[in-house]
Ligand binder design. Structure first.
Ligand code: ZN
Length: 434
């Protein structure tokens, strides 16, 4: 397990992720287009990332790859030419995926295209218009209230053309073809927790596994939400059975405790590994059952696939007021929270990597532990009693069927203690590989 990672290493990892987030923050991402592509290109400097481009119009499951959206400029200006709402100040000012417009119009005509948040009058909301052609601007409620009647020049210099949907894929081959899938959405413009936190934690996990041997093959996906996951699934349907465990990462940078949402299966190994790691951390956390709303686990856990994919977040989406607003900014996310999310993911994957089965070589009656120096041999250690119990649990349930996690759960002991018992029993030649 990785719980012994020194504090300063964790802090350095968190600061590294945060620096990358600061770099990616200004880009105007969407479900297609140059902002998304630039984000993937930047990630490709950190990890071996393949950028896939799927043409507009390509059928993907029940959907079709949409047009490519690009934006150069957008503003609302007074008749004097003074810009009062400016895309260059904040890319949330434009409804993401807005169709182009260039008109002079009255405030009354403009008003249906303006979006604000009365309950948080200083914040700019995040709005999208992916699947029906429209346009709009988002602004603070305070600013909306200052707009006077009169004529305004309204310009959105965007293009919606046949192009490509881009997504990134990083595959780190392990000893086995069995895969761990890590997926994060990367289609949101300038917001930090949603979705840059998932992006930077996923790339940091990829970097970690890049530099050490691992049992599973790790597949990291950086996909535009919904349509990207659907596109990837459509193109990889034939090889989905390789996915043994999966995690959707999103909203992992805020100061709240971790929330794990189980896969649709509910009792998949990833569900149990995540629950075990969170419980053993002793920190405040929440476990939730699957529900068909949320992030891309909706796609991976749709009934026709039903993959063992859970979702790790900190405060769940929609449960913090900054969600989908300009207040989800670089101050809302901390290096410490990013590091903690990264570390917990590592602990979950470490557990999966080491969740083997063993066989008790002396299963008829208890083998004599004292003779082998295993009875009360570790007196004085604070968890000596736990280890003593763990020896009995491991011996009894190592029947070739139960995994170490099965045993840890039944014994209500940390996986690490079970592993230490395994190690002692292997040394004493009481245990063999199943
Ligand atoms: Zn979102």
């Amino acid at each position: 397990m990785t719980s012994a990672t020194p504090e300063h290493d964790l802090l350095a990892a968190g600061q590294g992720m945060y620096r990358l987030m600061v770099e990616l923050y200004p880009l105007c991402r969407s479900i297609t287009g140059e902002g998304l592509r630039a984000t993937l290109r930047r990630l490709a400097q950190e990890i071996p990332l393949t950028i896939h481009e799927v043409a507009t119009g390509t059928p993907v499951l029940d959907w079709t790859v949409p047009k490519e959206w690009n934006i150069h400029d957008a503003f609302i200006a007074e008749a004097s030419g003074q810009r009062i709402v400016d895309f260059r100040d904040h890319n949330l000012h434009v409804v993401n995926y807005s169709a182009p417009v260039r008109e002079r119009m009255s405030l009354a005509d403009l008003r249906p295209h303006l979006h604000s948040l009365a309950e948080h009058p200083d914040w700019i909301p995040y709005r999208t218009s992916y699947y029906h052609a429209t346009w709009g601007f988002c602004l603070s409620h305070h600013q909306l209230q200052t707009l006077r009647d009169g004529k305004y020049d309204v310009v959105i210099d965007s293009t919606l053309t046949d192009g490509y949907l881009s997504y990134g894929e990083c595959v780190l081959t392990g000893e086995s073809d069995d895969e761990v899938l890590v997926s994060t959405h990367c289609c949101h413009p300038s917001m930090a927790n949603d979705n840059l936190s998932g992006i930077v934690v996923a790339q940091a996990l990829a970097r970690f596994f890049l530099n050490r041997p691992h049992r599973y093959t790790y597949r990291f996906l950086f996909v535009p939400g919904t349509i990207g996951a659907i596109t990837w699934l459509a193109r990889n349907e034939a090889s989905l059975s390789r996915i043994k465990h999966g995690l959707v990462l999103a909203g992992v940078g805020d100061a709240g405790g971790l929330t794990y949402k189980r896969s649709r299966r509910g009792d998949a190994e990833i569900d149990r590994a995540a629950a075990h790691v969170l419980k053993c951390s002793g920190e405040l956390h929440t476990l939730r059952d699957f529900a068909p709303h949320g992030y891309d686990e909706r796609q991976y856990c749709s009934p026709g696939f039903n993959l063992p994919v859970g979702n790790l977040s900190r405060t769940p989406f929609g449960q913090y007021p900054q969600y989908h607003t300009s207040a989800d900014n670089l101050e809302f996310v901390t290096p410490k929270a990013l590091a903690d999310s990264w570390h917990k993911c590592r602990s979950i994957f470490d557990l999966l990597e080491r969740n083997y089965r063993f066989r008790n070589l002396y299963p008829r009656g208890e083998p004599q532990l004292g003779r082998r120096g295993l009875y009360d041999s570790v007196g004085g250690q604070s968890d000596a009693k736990a280890l003593q119990l763990a020896l009995l649990w491991v011996l009894n349930y190592s029947d070739g069927e139960h995994t170490l996690l099965d045993i840890a759960e039944r014994a209500d002991l940390p996986f690490e203690v079970i592993e230490r018992a395994v190690s002692a029993l292997l040394d004493a030649k009481l245990l063999g590989k199943a």
